[in-house]
Design a protein around this ligand. Structure first.
Ligand SMILES: [Zn+2]
Length: 116
């Protein structure tokens, strides 16, 4: 029950965020990528949360990696925020470059799982 409520809250949060992106004219396209909605928007980064992908880059490699994060979200459940989301946000802020960020275990795992 509580997991369903949290999942619905995350989906609602993402839908509100996507609506705000749309209202500000920042959405370029929306596609189905595998079994999720992927929003290509005019943003500098990408994230996967609440079952959605929002990305400034629309390449297969990028979408596959973000899809890997959604697999992590399903796999880790309530721990996803603590194991992946918060560490990833911190890593993105403190890493010297994209390669250093990409070398973190949760980024490597996302890439590997997205390829499957
Ligand atoms: Zn990532």
């Amino acid at each position: 029950m509580i997991l369903s409520v949290i999942s619905a809250a995350k989906t609602t949060l993402m839908l509100i965020g996507i609506c705000l992106l749309g209202a500000t004219g920042k959405i370029d396209s929306v596609i189905m990528y595998r079994d999720v909605l992927a929003v290509h928007a005019d943003i500098d980064n990408a994230f996967a949360y609440g079952g959605f992908i929002v990305s400034g880059v629309n390449s297969e490699n990028f979408l596959s990696h973000e899809y890997g994060h959604l697999i992590q979200e399903r796999k880790y459940g309530l721990l996803y925020e603590f194991l992946v989301v918060v560490p990833s946000l911190i890593s993105a802020m403190v890493s010297e470059n994209a390669a250093a960020h990409g070398a973190r275990w949760f980024e490597i795992e996302a890439t590997e799982q997205g390829r499957q």
